[in-house]
Ligand binder design. Structure first.
Ligand SMILES: [Zn+2]
Ligand SMILES: [Zn+2]
Length: 266
């Protein structure tokens, strides 16, 4: 069995064929999926899907790209939704310096708020990182140092795509690397950057509808394709897909405290 630990299947991109997507996921033995939030309405959509289907879980956070116009009342709502039983992580939060650098300070402020929230409610964090590795690692490290519960500051650097030095930082902080479609991209260079990451510190993801793995690069992604990521990782490690599935599933079950008996079926 495989777990897609990061998938935005509540987005409109999936409205037309939602049931078919779940069926293909089950066929590929992807029986648990976790839905990261972008804004408050996405948390509510994800929670309502969790109430309809077994094996689905939600996260709560404001995505770094949404921070520019967000208010403290939006964040208050995130705090409230964290106590919903379907919410298993604070995510995705983090830093994104790729599109617009004009609100970097506000992003850092909200990153710290999300870390404090995760620590208070004892949920793992899921970090989004685009061109911001240094600041992100520095903030996580300093918050862990200041914390009276440093073990509670744990989670995933999702969509890990190198460099190898970032892998070292992730491991030293006690976090997992979330591996997705970029692992399969030709000339992406990602496989060389993950050689030192033990399998016990890896979770798999699609980030659907984005980052479809080869040979579907550029097309809409979906949870079933987490199997292609598992196949690539199996090839790189000289292991079977079953071994990759077993270990990465165990990792996600443990980190997110998921119920191994509650599986998606359609
Ligand atoms: Zn992301
Ligand atoms: Zn995402």
């Amino acid at each position: 069995m495989l777990i897609d630990s990061h998938t935005h299947i509540y987005l409109e991109d999936f409205n037309d064929d939602f049931d078919a997507i779940l069926e293909r996921a089950v066929e590929a033995d992807v029986r648990i999926m976790i839905m990261p939030a972008i804004d408050v309405s996405s948390i509510e959509k994800a929670i309502s899907l969790c109430e309809k289907y077994d094996g689905l879980y939600a996260m709560a956070a404001l995505h770094p790209s949404e921070i520019k116009d967000c208010t403290t009342s939006d964040f208050d709502r995130v705090i409230e939704l964290c106590s919903h039983p379907s919410v298993v992580a604070v995510g995705e939060t983090g830093l994104d310096y790729y599109w617009d650098q004009s609100f970097n300070d506000k992003q850092k402020d909200y990153l710290r708020r999300h870390i404090h929230l995760a620590e208070a409610v004892d949920l793992p964090l899921v970090f989004h990182n685009r061109e911001a590795s240094q600041d992100l690692v520095e903030i996580v490290r300093s918050e862990k140092q200041k914390s009276s519960h440093p073990d509670r500051i744990r989670g995933v650097f999702h969509c890990f795509s190198g460099p190898a030095s970032l892998a070292d930082d992730i491991l030293s902080l006690g976090f997992y690397a979330g591996l997705g479609g970029t692992l399969t991209f030709k000339n992406g260079g990602v496989p060389e950057t993950i050689t030192d990451i033990p399998l016990s510190s890896i979770v798999l993801e699609t980030d659907a509808p984005y980052l479809s793995p080869a040979p579907f690069r550029g097309k809409r992604n979906e949870p079933a394709r987490v199997r292609l990521v598992a196949e690539k990782l199996a090839e790189l490690r000289g292991l079977s897909v079953d071994e990759i599935g077993k270990q990465t599933t165990e990792n996600a079950l443990r980190l997110f405290h998921l119920d191994p008996a509650r599986l998606l079926s359609v």
